[in-house]
Each structure stands twice: as C-alpha cells, then as structure tokens.
Design a protein around this ligand. Structure first.
Ligand code: HH2
Length: 278
C-alpha cells in the first residue's frame, strides 16, 4: 500500500492507502446536500461526525459548482465558510477550503485551514501567491470552462492527455512559487461527458505515475445517475463507493465523499484484501 504525505505550515497529513475527505457544503444550493448545513452549529456537528467516522480532513465549501450554477460573491462565500473554518480549526480538525477565489482562500487560511482546494486549477495567479504565502498545501483540479456552461457539449481532442497536461502545468506553477504540497484531481463531472469521466478513471494509473498524489471526487455525481438510473443524488451512495473503490485500486490517494462511514468501511475491507496481494 502506498504512503502519502501532505506537509503544510499547520501540520502534516500522513496516511497509507486511500484516505477519505469529508464534504461539508455550507451552501443553500449544492446539488446533493445544499441547504442541510447552513446553521454553523449543525455544520460543525456534521464535520465532527465525519471525523469520528474516519475522515482524514474536512473540505469546506461555500459556493456550489454544480453544472449551471452562477456563483456567489467573495464576501458571501466568506460569510458562509469563515466561521465554520475557524470553529473546526479551534477543535483541531484539518480543513481544506473549496474555493476558486483568492480572497476566500486567504480568509480560510488565516482562520486555520491547511489546504486550498481550487476546482479552477489555479487559474487566478493570486491563488498561488496566497497559498504559498501561508505555507498551505493545494489541490489542483481540472475543469473545462466554468460551472455555468461546462456541461454544454464539452469536447476534447484527447481528454486524458489534455487533463493530465493542464494538471501538471498548474502543479509545476504552484511548486515553482513555493507551494510544497500539491495534490491533483481530474475533476470528475467538470466539463466532461460520461465517456470522458470513464476514460479518466480507467487511466488513473497513468496519472498517479507522475508522482503526485491524486484525489478523485465522484461522490453522488451525475455520471453515477446516468449509469444506475438513480435520479436523486442522495440515492447514489452505493454507486459512489463502487467508483471510489475502483479509483482506490488504481492508486487514488484520496476520495472526496459525502457518505464517510460507508466509504471508510468499504475501503477497510478492500484494503485488507488488496494489501494481502502485494
Ligand atoms: N467536486 C465538487 C466540488 N469540489 N473538489 C475537488 N477537488 N474535486 C471534486 O471532484 C469536486 C470538488 C462538486 O461536488 P459538491 O461539493 O458535492 O457539490 P457542489 O459543487 O454543488 O457544492
């Protein structure tokens, strides 16, 4: 089983095999859990529940990036995420901030966050500056276009080659600016058809071969609805476990999930079996 490490100024995350990142959306409109954790106390309680269930860290997001969403201002995003990030940090919970905005990242890092999770793949140069300045780690995700329009007929000449090249380029920019810990993520569902998503997942070993830890986030996403016919996002937890076990088998260092308990249980069994094969 591979070992991974993300060193940040706040602390170092170390793990073996595939770790679980718990999703905490403090938004009114996220596609699966929008509106359920708007109250600060409830959001913190949910995060602590996920940590008790075995999450390694909590990803706090204040802006939905579901297909078609139009975004919110930095001030509104900070209003949603700032207090929750601060409370979780006081409680010793490692937090990543899921944002495309340097102002929001800066506020979260000041409030104790360890890692910036940027679904726009560091398009804004200020994001790298803010992250490097705070000694934070970064997750670079691939997205084609922007959430409002990304699912309108996404096209690539070679999806795997393009996604890989963009991720490596952004990771190199971050490293050159002094960001020590970088994780990459192919961005399942972000400007991708079902076939694009499937190819990216099948070819994960080629992405992990580049030496950077790889995160996969397919939890409850539309591709799982397409495959299974499960229309409601909340009905896709078994499908989420299936896709993430597949990713674990292809070297994913971390999976980003809503159902932490189910994933931790499934990964323990999978790792007990797979570990014995080595
Ligand atoms: N997916 C979502 C949001 N952030 N970050 C990374 N690194 N990888 C992902 O796949 C990813 C992400 C979208 O899912 P969710 O947060 O559940 O929904 P919404 O954007 O509607 O809040």
């Amino acid at each position: 089983m591979s070992s991974f490490e993300l060193a940040t100024a706040r602390g170092t995350l170390r793990w073996q095999g595939t770790a679980v990142m718990g999703i905490l959306n403090v938004t009114p409109d996220s596609f699966s859990d929008g509106g359920s954790h708007r109250d600060e106390a409830e959001a913190v309680a949910h995060a602590l529940r996920m940590m008790n269930q075995g999450a390694l860290l909590i990803d706090v997001g204040g802006e939905s990036t579901r297909p078609g969403s139009t975004g919110v201002t930095a001030a509104e995003e900070i209003r949603r995420t700032g207090p929750v990030v601060r409370r979780l940090s006081e409680l010793g919970v490692p937090v990543s901030i899921d944002t495309m905005k340097p102002e929001v990242a800066a506020d979260a890092l000041e409030g104790g966050a360890w890692i910036v999770n940027d679904v726009s793949g560091l398009r804004d140069p200020d994001m790298i500056r803010v992250t490097a300045g705070a000694g934070a780690g970064v997750i670079v995700m691939h997205m084609l276009g922007e959430p409002r329009t990304m699912q309108e007929a996404p096209g690539y000449a070679d999806v795997f080659a393009e996604v890989r090249a963009e991720l490596l380029e952004a990771a190199a920019r971050a490293r050159a600016a002094g960001v020590a810990s970088v994780m990459i993520d192919p961005g399942i569902g972000f400007g991708k058809t079902l076939d694009h998503n499937l190819e990216l997942l099948r070819r994960l070993p080629e992405l992990t071969a580049d030496g950077l830890p790889v995160l996969v986030g397919a939890s409850r996403k539309g591709m799982l609805g397409k495959i299974t016919g499960a229309g409601a996002a909340a009905d896709r937890d078994a499908a989420s476990v299936a896709v993430h076990l597949y990713a674990a088998g292809r070297g994913a260092a971390m999976v980003r999930v809503h159902d932490v308990a189910g994933h931790v249980q499934a990964l323990k069994v999978w790792q007990a079996l797979a570990g014995g094969e080595e």
